[in-house]
Ligand binder design. Structure first.
Ligand code: PMP
Length: 417
């Protein structure tokens, strides 16, 4: 009998029967409160009626038109809607299917726009699993071990991880910016450097918001050296962090932005946006692909952006995120094994540490498993795998957050007693 490959790492043994809003109904007959949202994808909750309706309607009109062959209406509408939320000056967009593809496309674009080869990434960053995206990923060797050589021209600089360094945020930011200046002085000269690529919060690298001052320091250096600043908003964007874009906690704006995941509530589509001037430095046909900008995904994207705006989901993310974070901090007070609780909006990480502060992956893994037993779905992340991450749907209610907190505490209690 054929089975699924052991190369896939299953976080839970569940099989879904159906799902709605924040709830997954599994074939074991139980309902699970889903604080994973398909790794931060089902932003409007599972099967939001308006997203379902938009997709159903589109399936009967055209499923696949291939937008560089024949344009379709949903993609024009999505482009217009994105225009309402994209950072100022980023007035040109193209589409792919996944986050990894979009990151690769952004790298190609930055190289073409600057005529320079090298990319600087930041420790703990996750940018995808294709070979090029894996080359840009430093969230753990598990994302690249065994299939090198990777893409060349990638350099890594420090990320201001205040909790791990044990310093205050300002000192950590100053240190990380000095490390970056040193890298530009000693390894990849500004004239050889096409882009800085960074997430507004480390995602798979540990659910750690990037300090606003660090993004601002990158912006200043990007301007000074003619380097493109790329924000990978694949996981942090579309309201996840309590602002429409995660980088909006800072005054820094990107030259290129990459979005995917939450943009279409689960339908595969990603977008790359930059100024027309930047885009014009490439040549027609240098980007694209068969399935990018699919019509059904685009229709779901339009409905998603409408729901996010009309239901006030960015605001809900902020408010419910504060509720969840406050509750988690109370739980932290009762369990010394929780070293850090952090995040913005509904992108929250709980870092498990031993008494001496070293990462405790065994407890984090056991807690993640125990949440399933309590009827709450969670995931782990971080280079050491010692962070449990909670990623509820942006439609999550106050009551669901309370239920989630009760179940999370019960799970921690079941593991550490
Ligand atoms: N960038 C970030 C910040 C991500 O979180 C992810 C996915 N976890 C990716 C890129 C890659 O996206 P995908 O899995 O859709 O290729």
């Amino acid at each position: 009998m054929t089975s699924l490959s052991p190369l896939l790492k299953q976080a839970t043994p569940l099989v879904v029967d159906h799902a709605l809003g924040s709830w997954i109904h599994a074939t074991d007959g139980k309902a699970y409160l889903d604080f994973t949202t398909g790794i931060g994808v089902t932003s409007t909750g599972h099967c939001h009626p308006r997203v379902v309706e938009a997709a159903r309607d589109q399936v009967g009109k055209i499923i696949h038109a291939q937008y560089t062959t024949v344009m379709h209406k949903p993609l024009l509408a999505l482009t217009e809607k994105l225009g309402e939320v994209l950072p100022a000056g980023l007035d040109s967009v193209f589409y792919a299917n996944s986050g990894s593809e979009a990151v690769e496309a952004a790298i190609r674009l930055a190289r073409m726009a600057t005529g320079r080869p090298n990319i600087i990434v930041f420790q703990g960053g996750f940018h995808g699993r294709t070979v090029a995206a894996a080359s840009l990923t430093t969230a753990g060797t598990r994302f690249s071990a065994g299939f090198s050589p990777l893409m060349s021209g990638v350099h890594m600089s420090a990320f201001p991880y205040a909790y791990r360094y044990g310093w205050d945020e300002a000192s950590t930011v100053a240190f990380a910016l000095k490390e970056l200046d040193y890298l530009l002085q000693t390894r990849t000269a500004p004239n050889d450097t096409a882009a800085f690529l960074i997430e507004p919060a480390l995602g798979d690298g540990g659910y750690l918001p990037t300090p606003p001052a660090f993004l601002e320091g990158l912006r200043e250096r990007a301007d000074r050296h003619g380097i493109q600043l790329i924000f990978d908003e694949v996981q942090a964007g579309v309201g996840r962090m309590g602002k429409f874009w995660g980088h909006q906690y800072s005054t820094a704006t990107p030259d290129i932005i990459v979005t995917a995941k939450g943009i279409a509530s689960g339908f595969p589509i990603s977008a790359i946006a930059a100024s027309t001037e930047t885009m014009s430095k490439g040549w027609p046909g240098s980007q694209g692909g068969t399935y990018g900008g699919n019509a059904v995904s685009a229709a779901a994207g339009v409905a998603t952006l409408d729901v996010v705006r009309e239901e006030g989901l960015v605001e809900n993310s902020r408010i419910r995120g504060e509720q969840l974070q406050a509750g988690l901090k109370e739980i932290q007070g009762r369990f010394p094994v929780i070293g850090d609780v952090r995040g913005k909006g509904l992108m929250l990480g709980i870092e498990f540490t031993a008494e001496d502060g070293t990462p405790d992956a065994a407890t984090a893994g056991a807690v993640q498993q125990a949440t399933t037993a309590q009827g709450l779905l969670s995931l782990t992340c971080g280079p050491s795998g010692n962070v449990v991450r909670l990623i509820p749907a942006l439609v999550v209610t106050a009551e669901e957050i309370s239920t989630g907190l009760e179940r999370f505490e019960a799970a921690v209690g079941a593991v550490v007693g």
